[in-house]
Design a protein. Structure first.
Length: 131
């Protein structure tokens, strides 16, 4: 069952769910068995078929899947260049008012100066400036 923040049942459905990750939208990220992930809406319908890649909500109705920032339907909006998939910290950025601050140890860019630990990116993927 899917339960809202007040503890009310939104929808009954049998899913083999390990964990539910809420967002600030009417979408939820489900961690399923066998390392599958999915995004569901308030009707508990999958917005696309479950995948074996971690899905992270990054704000403003956007999700991070691998190096791709997608909408809730899994359509790629932009990709993070030179992404190092081994580094899990990349999943820790969040868009607010159209901008996210990404730690350069997670957002690998050989052209960035070493004394510049942060990269500011816009919600269309454009790098605004180094911080």
């Amino acid at each position: 069952s899917l339960i809202d923040l007040n503890g009310s049942v939104i929808k009954e459905r049998q899913l083999d769910v390990k964990h539910v990750y809420p967002t600030d939208t009417t979408r939820w990220i489900l961690s399923l068995q066998n390392d599958y992930y999915a995004i569901v809406d308030e009707t508990l319908e999958f917005l696309f078929e479950p995948i074996q890649k971690r899905i992270t909500y990054v704000g403003e109705n956007m999700f991070l899947i691998g190096a791709d920032v997608t909408n809730a339907n899994g359509e790629v909006l932009f990709s993070l260049p030179q992404y190092n998939e081994v580094i899990s910290g990349l999943h820790e950025f969040y868009f607010y008012n159209g901008i996210a601050i990404v730690n350069l140890s997670d957002y690998y860019d050989q052209s960035a100066p070493l004394n510049c630990p942060y990269r500011y990116i816009r919600n269309d993927g454009e790098v605004l400036f180094n911080g």
